[in-house]
Design a protein around this ligand. Structure first.
Ligand code: SF4
Length: 398
């Protein structure tokens, strides 16, 4: 069925009228999208099982263009993974130190300083710090970690500590979650990253990451953060043992929490990488699944402003397609991301897109690159112009 959909931007101005074609099973959802109505759980299930992936993507693109037109956001950031020692032993994790796996490490404040100083000449606006649950680290370490970043790079946005780390920080400090968050904010913490729950399902929690906090505890940390004015990013790890129903339920729970708090900035679905985990027999996700999940996030999360395609997890080519399947954010020029690091990927423990390659990745598929800070404020495009040199796009990091 062909539907004519009028697209509006966030201020309600008519921007364009587009004709999209969807299969009959998607017709009633298309009408809801056209009217800007919230999709139901049943709609989510129809979308996840639909054989019309192009139709699903086209509907997500309507929402994406209504909110952002062709604009595609990215940030200049550096990741610091301060320790890989962890006592949670999540079955999907290849990052934590184990026999026959990665060697254990724990960065001192001096190490962190050196890592930050190595990129001092780059105009980074965000430092993203997460690590394992290392019971040897004292409360003061976490506060000093944040202070160190602010000392070396004043003005940078510190996005750090997933909810599971926040619970650990409060535990070692023998303080409440509220107090731990307040102390971290005082030290310079600006927002919380996603992660820490992977997927809001008691069954998956029991089977894959039972030692970590559960869904309700994760929500409590989010509520505490929102109460203190902290922004947070949301994620969903998919492509392991979760069912389609659990994916839709995860999105609906996030949507309900966002209705309550309004503090989530972005939704980032993360494709599971089975290599070097206890789930190595699971096949990696496909392009269909990656694009469908991006589109689902855009369509189901009507109260989230942004949906991100994290190119490190789902590759540069899939991210380019995702920009037409609902994603309006391509993450950043990531430096030193070690969570899914594999020997040889871009060499030398570095996974990054240069500024020019990020712009080319976005422009090549007809979208408009917009450099942003962590709160989605636009950064001057003058620098973009000066670095617009054609360079070869690296192949997928998979
Ligand atoms: Fe530890 Fe996080 Fe890995 Fe779980 S996912 S084992 S909490 S580092």
């Amino acid at each position: 069925m062909k539907l004519s959909i009028i697209s509006e931007n966030s201020s309600g101005t008519l921007t364009n009228k587009m004709m999209i074609k969807v299969s009959d099973e998607l017709t009633s959802i298309a009408r809801k999208v056209e009217a800007g109505e919230r999709l139901s759980r049943e709609d989510g299930l129809t979308l996840i099982y639909s054989t019309d992936l192009t139709g699903v993507g086209a509907l997500a693109n309507v929402v994406r263009e209504r909110l952002h037109g062709g604009r595609t956001y990215f940030v200049r950031n550096q990741h610091v993974n301060y320790t890989n020692i962890c006592n949670k032993f999540c079955k999907f994790c290849s990052f934590y130190a184990k026999k026959g796996g990665p060697e254990p490490y724990e960065l001192s404040l001096e190490d962190v300083k050196r890592r930050l100083e190595a990129h001092r000449d780059l105009p980074l606006t965000e430092i993203h710090m997460v690590g394992g649950i290392n019971p040897r680290l004292p409360y003061s370490y976490y506060l000093d970690l944040v202070r160190t970043v602010k000392e070396v790079r004043p003005g940078v946005h510190v996005k750090a500590f997933t909810a599971v780390e926040i619970v650990e920080i409060a535990r070692v400090g023998k303080v409440s979650i509220d107090q731990a968050l307040a102390d971290l904010i005082e030290a310079g913490l600006d927002s919380l990253p996603g992660g820490g729950i992977e997927i809001l399902s008691d069954r998956v929690h029991r089977e894959l990451f039972g030692r970590k906090l559960n869904g309700e505890e994760w929500k409590d940390v989010s509520r505490a953060a929102a109460k203190l004015g902290l922004k947070q990013y949301a994620t969903m790890l998919y492509g392991h043992i979760e069912t389609p129903v659990e994916i839709i339920d995860h999105l609906i729970q996030l949507r309900e929490l966002q209705d309550e708090t309004g503090h989530f900035l972005t939704m980032t679905p993360l494709a599971f990488h089975p290599e070097n985990t206890e789930l190595e027999d699971i096949q990696p996700t496909t392009g269909d699944r990656d694009l469908r999940i991006i589109a689902l996030c855009r369509l189901m999360l009507d109260n989230f402003e942004h949906v991100k395609s994290f190119w490190i997890m789902n590759s540069v080519p899939v991210t380019q397609m995702a920009l037409w399947y609902g994603a309006d954010d391509a993450d950043g020029l990531v430096h030193e991301y070690e969570i899914t690091y594999k020997e040889g990927d871009f060499g030398n423990k570095k996974q990054l897109l240069t500024h020019a390659n990020m712009i080319r990745m976005i422009e090549e598929v007809g979208r408009i690159p917009v450099e942003r800070d962590s709160l989605y404020r636009e950064i001057s495009t003058e620098q973009l112009e000066s670095t617009r040199r054609p360079q070869r796009i690296p192949l997928s990091v998979r």
